[in-house]
Design a protein around this ligand. Structure first.
Ligand code: ZN
Length: 64
């Protein structure tokens, strides 16, 4: 069995990339949660603004 050490994408600490590390490639649950939370927040913001722009342009077209 071979395992390798990868830098945690969240904090940069060395983490073991192997089935033993259930949070791989993160070093801990905390880093994994923070990364996922950041992703979700960013995605939600992008999706929300796109929806808002779409609704606005659709709303502005008819009067003209
Ligand atoms: Zn970490």
């Amino acid at each position: 069995m071979s395992h390798r050490i990868v830098p945690c994408p969240q904090c940069g600490a060395p983490s073991e990339y192997s089935p033993a590390n259930v949070y791989r490639p993160f070093c801990s649950l905390r880093c994994r949660t923070q990364d996922l939370a950041g992703w979700a927040e960013e995605r939600y913001r992008i999706t929300g603004s796109e929806t808002a722009v779409d609704g606005l342009s659709d709303d502005t077209t008819p009067p003209y």
